[in-house]
Structure formats: C-alpha cells, structure tokens
Design a protein around this ligand. Structure first.
Ligand code: FBP
Ligand code: MG
Ligand code: MG
Length: 330
C-alpha cells in the first residue's frame, strides 16, 4: 500500500505544501490517540467557556485546536491560521505562503458518546493583492490548494484533495502512517439516502419542506421510490458516507433564530467539503449558488449547505428554482 508522501509527489504537490499537510497529520495522529484513550486520557467533557459562536467548548475542542495551531505555526511555513475555536486569525511567519483554516473537531457532541468526529481543513495561498489580517482568508473555494478531513471513527482516515481527484488514506497505527486505501473517490450520481436534522422541519423554507416531503412520500409520492434517512450529527461523518456510497446531505438555512439562520461555517466546513464533493463528481450548493464560488465576507460566516450525489442535488435545486431565496443567510 502506498504511503501519503509518494502519492503527493506523484501529483506534483510542492514540498512546502506537503510539509504543511504532514504537520496537520502529526497533530491529527495525536488527536486520534487521545480520542481512542477516551476517559482514560482525562480529556472528555466540557469546559466552562464558549467559542465566538456562542457554543460550549469541549475540552477536546480546545486541546485539538492548540495542537494544530502550535504545530502549524512552528513550521514557519504558515502565514496565519483561522480556527472555529479562535475569535480572530492567529498570525505566523509574515513571509510564509500558506494559510490554513480548520474546524479542529467537527461533531463535538459525539465526543462524549464515543461517536465519530473529525478535523476539517482547507489550505489557501496568501493572495497576490494587498491584504491584512482576516482579509487574507476571504477567498473563494475555487482558490483552495488542498482540503480535506481526518475522520476519527472505528479507524482513522484522511480524505483529501489537492485538485486532482479525491483519495482516502487509513492510519496504520502500527507504523503511524496514513496509507492509500481508496485511489479515486467517485460519488454515485443517484441515491436513495438523505441526511438532514428533521427536528428543524417546521423552520425550513418552502422549497426544502417540499423536497424532503416528497422524499418521505416514497413509492407513492412524486419521486416514485423509497428514500432512507441517515444522520450522524457530525458533518464529517455524514459527508464521509456520501463520498463512500452516495447520498445527499443538507443543513439548510431556517428561521429558528433570525440572528443565526445557518449552522455550518463557510470557510472551514462548507468550502473544504464542497471541494471534496466536486472533485469526486458530486454537486454542492446553498440552494441558489455554488458554494465554491461564494466570496466570503467573514472567517466565521455561516452558510446553507446542500451537497452530494449530482443528480439528487440537481433535483433538490429544481425545487428552489422558481422560489425566491428567503435570504436566511448570515
Ligand atoms: O444535530 P445538530 O445540532 O443540528 O448539528 C449537527 C451539525 O453541527 C455540527 O456538529 C457543527 O460542527 P461543530 O461540532 O464543529 O460545531 C456539524 O458537524 C453537524 O452537521
Ligand atoms: Mg464543525
Ligand atoms: Mg468544531
């Protein structure tokens, strides 16, 4: 089985970028170890703090954030990092070329129940135009040079793209290395599986209510086939499923809280996952716009997400076509 670095070399990924990726993976191996130790590592449970988004921080959110941040900044190859758990960006070497944005632990509510969680990351280059501070990160998804996630499930996997397809690697704990296990990930175009938090149904927009209603209607409904629902409460695990066997995953904007209509973050959740999904032949949209084309205005900006099997996403977008966007975005 091939090791990661020779595969990246074959794809002509630059040595510095390989080094940044490798550093992220060193941190991920440490996170994987702590998660596997569970209660024995003394890092389960919550802190007394909240992050900038008003969410309770788990101890492992903080530990994972520190590990990734410190290791990346030590390389001197990173100009700045942006993290879900940091209010602002953290500056590194002013002469460095790379920017890394990440969600250190996605699916935090699964930590204490021994469920799947993951680290999501995107790597960008410092833009050519003059930019300072968080402006550095305000680039579209099309400008990503690498993106992916590390899934801490029954096995620890890296799923990554550097712009020439998507590959999956599995961590071999005996040698401490990620080995190539799926060469060319391709999402099937049609599916009978969907993932959405049904508890929010009464808050959805009309197109989304109608679309999901038609899926649930099964053989008797307009779709004429039975759909099944899957929900992990961890985007990383839900997107992993659709990369492996197709599906549609959505966290749409809703009217639950007008100040926070969307849940998922553009820069370090939706953008990297969209890069993976498109590279694997799938589609990704807000319902009205391609996520990869959105121009971010803030590092913690949230966005509506619909992604997965190309034909099913297209069907969902048809429901949105003639209905003006309710502009829940924020
Ligand atoms: O089940 P809920 O509460 O609607 O939210 C689940 C969603 O929230 C998230 O856990 C948000 O990520 P974090 O754990 O990084 O905050 C997503 O992974 C997931 O899709
Ligand atoms: Mg997350
Ligand atoms: Mg998180």
């Amino acid at each position: 089985m091939q090791r990661l670095i020779p595969v990246l070399n074959k794809d002509h990924v630059s040595l510095h970028l390989i080094s940044v990726i490798n550093t992220l993976l060193t941190a991920a191996k440490e996170i994987s170890h702590r998660l596997h130790q569970g209660s024995l590592a003394g890092t389960l449970g919550s802190t007394l703090d909240e992050n900038i988004q008003g969410e309770t921080q788990k101890k492992l959110d903080i530990v994972s954030n520190q590990l990734i941040k410190n290791m990346l900044l030590e390389t001197q190859l990173v100009r700045a990092v942006a993290s879900e758990e940091e209010d602002d960006i953290v500056e590194g070497n002013p002469d460095a070329k790379y920017l890394v944005a990440y969600d250190p632990l996605d699916g935090s509510s699964n930590i204490d129940i021994n469920g799947s969680v993951g680290t999501i990351f995107t790597i960008l280059e410092v833009p050519d135009h003059p930019a300072e501070g968080k402006e550095l990160f305000l680039q579209t998804g099309d400008e990503q040079v690498a993106a992916g996630y590390i899934l801490y499930g029954p096995s620890t996997m890296l799923v990554m793209t550097t712009g020439s397809g998507v590959r999956m690697y599995t961590l071999d704990h005996t040698v401490g290395e990620f080995l190539l296990t799926v060469e060319d990930v391709s999402i099937v175009k049609d599916t009978q599986e969907f993932g959405i938090n049904m508890a929010n149904q009464r808050f959805w927009s009309k197109p989304m209510s109608q679309y999901i209603g038609d899926l649930i209607a099964g053989e008797e409904g307009p779709r004429g086939k039975r759909f099944n629902m899957r929900w992990n409460a961890a985007m990383v695990a839900d997107v992993h499923r659709l990369l492996c066997r197709g599906g549609i995953f959505t966290y749409p904007a809703d009217c639950r809280n007008p100040a926070k209509p969307c849940k998922l973050r553009l820069l370090y959740e939706a953008m990297p996952m969209s890069f993976l999904v498109e590279q694997a032949g799938g589609r990704s949209s807000t319902g009205y716009e391609r996520i990869m084309s959105l121009q971010p205005t803030d590092i913690h900006q949230r966005v509506s997400v619909i992604m997965g099997s190309a034909n099913e996403v297209s069907t969902c977008l048809q429901y949105h076509k003639d209905v003006p966007c309710e502009r829940f975005d924020g």
